[in-house]
Design a protein around this ligand. Structure first.
Ligand SMILES: NC(=O)c1ccc[n+]([C@@H]2O[C@H](COP(=O)([O-])OP(=O)(O)OC[C@H]3O[C@@H](n4cnc5c(N)ncnc54)[C@H](O)[C@@H]3O)[C@@H](O)[C@H]2O)c1
Length: 302
């Protein structure tokens, strides 16, 4: 039986991944410090005989001590929320450096495969003007690639996730997708100051691709992405499905379109392609968010 450690297992992506792995018969240990993760995300897994939770920081001494028979590690412990990342950039950098080194040591000790959830474009050169979270991703990415190069026993994989949306997306965490859905459900006017094209992928598709990535020995980077559209198109669809909300686009600082995913490469490597269309994915996102949005503080622009 696989024993898969999911760092960041109580987060948005991690909780869905844990659920999928448990459903297919794996044993799963989620490791999370609950900086942005929530117990509610994994409440249905608590008490399952093949699921265990370690509440600790990946950078803490002894965080992984005593775990046995690890076959895979999905390394997701890094705040996805831009607000959380901006609040404590030192923690973000520590998680990317010390945390990634710790899971690489763990992978080497167990001859386990490790897959890192990275961002679309970590770039190759350090740029201190970019947010710490962005640079931290680049560092984690680099450490995994270096390990792949120098330690042939460790199987490593890098998944470049584009904008993922779906149930458990925290409404007030500053991601564009969460802000748009929450504003629509609150019947608010959403202010869009620029309208870049970017790729949106539904959580069930992203988890499917991540699971395939764990099951192979492909190093990547592999793009996990969905259809590319304008943010305004995502917002208009959310507003139409919610039946409430307005969109106001105001000219602002032009933001470049995000990196273009190479989905042909993903299809050839993993035999995967996104299968959820935007209305279907948004419908289930809105249905879930309706249950939590009332109590959340949410921004109105993105
Ligand atoms: N969701 C997306 O659209 C997206 C896109 C690109 C990359 N990613 C990356 O995927 C990963 C997961 O993203 P997410 O959307 O699930 O974010 P999230 O914030 O919902 O989940 C991250 C989880 O990691 C935990 N965590 C953070 N630092 C930790 C540490 N040092 N030790 C232990 N636990 C820690 C948090 O408590 C949280 O549960 C992140 O690395 C993120 O940058 C996500």
């Amino acid at each position: 039986m696989n024993h898969i450690v999911v760092t960041g297992g109580a987060g948005f992506l991690g909780s869905h991944l844990c659920r999928r792995l448990i459903a297919r018969g794996d044993r799963v240990t989620a490791v999370d410090n609950f900086s942005t993760g929530r117990a509610a995300n994994i409440a249905d897994l608590t008490g399952h005989p093949r699921f265990a939770l370690r509440t600790t920081d990946t950078t803490a001494f002894g965080a992984f001590t005593g775990l046995d028979g690890i076959t895979h590690i999905a390394h997701l412990a890094h705040p996805g929320s831009p607000f959380a990342a901006a609040r404590d950039s030192a923690a973000v950098v520590r998680a990317a450096c010390t945390g990634t080194l710790a899971v690489l040591d763990l992978a080497a000790a167990h001859t386990a495969r490790i897959v890192l959830a990275s961002g679309p474009d970590p770039g190759t050169r350090l740029d201190s003007r970019r947010p710490a979270a962005f640079e931290a991703h680049r560092t984690g990415h680099h450490l995994i690639e270096t390990a792949a190069h120098h330690d042939r026993r460790t199987s490593t994989g890098i998944a470049r996730l584009f904008e993922v949306y779906g149930p458990h997306l925290a409404p007030g965490d500053g991601r564009a997708t969460a802000t748009i859905c929450a504003a629509a459900l609150r019947a608010q006017t959403l202010y869009l100051t620029d309208d870049p094209a970017q790729s949106f992928v539904y959580i069930a598709d992203a988890v499917d691709a991540l699971t395939r990535m764990l099951d192979t020995d492909i190093p990547g980077p592999i793009d996990i992405a969905g259809p590319t559209l304008r943010v305004s198109e995502f917002a208009r669809t959310a507003i139409a499905l919610a039946g409430t909300g307005w969109l106001e686009t105001t000219p602002g600082r032009a933001r470049p379109d995000s990196a273009v995913p190479d989905l042909a490469r993903t299809r050839n490597s993993l035999g995967w392609r996104p299968s959820t269309d935007l209305p279907t994915g948004l419908h289930s996102t809105l249905t879930w968010m309706r249950t939590v949005v009332a109590g959340a503080q949410t921004p109105r622009s993105c």
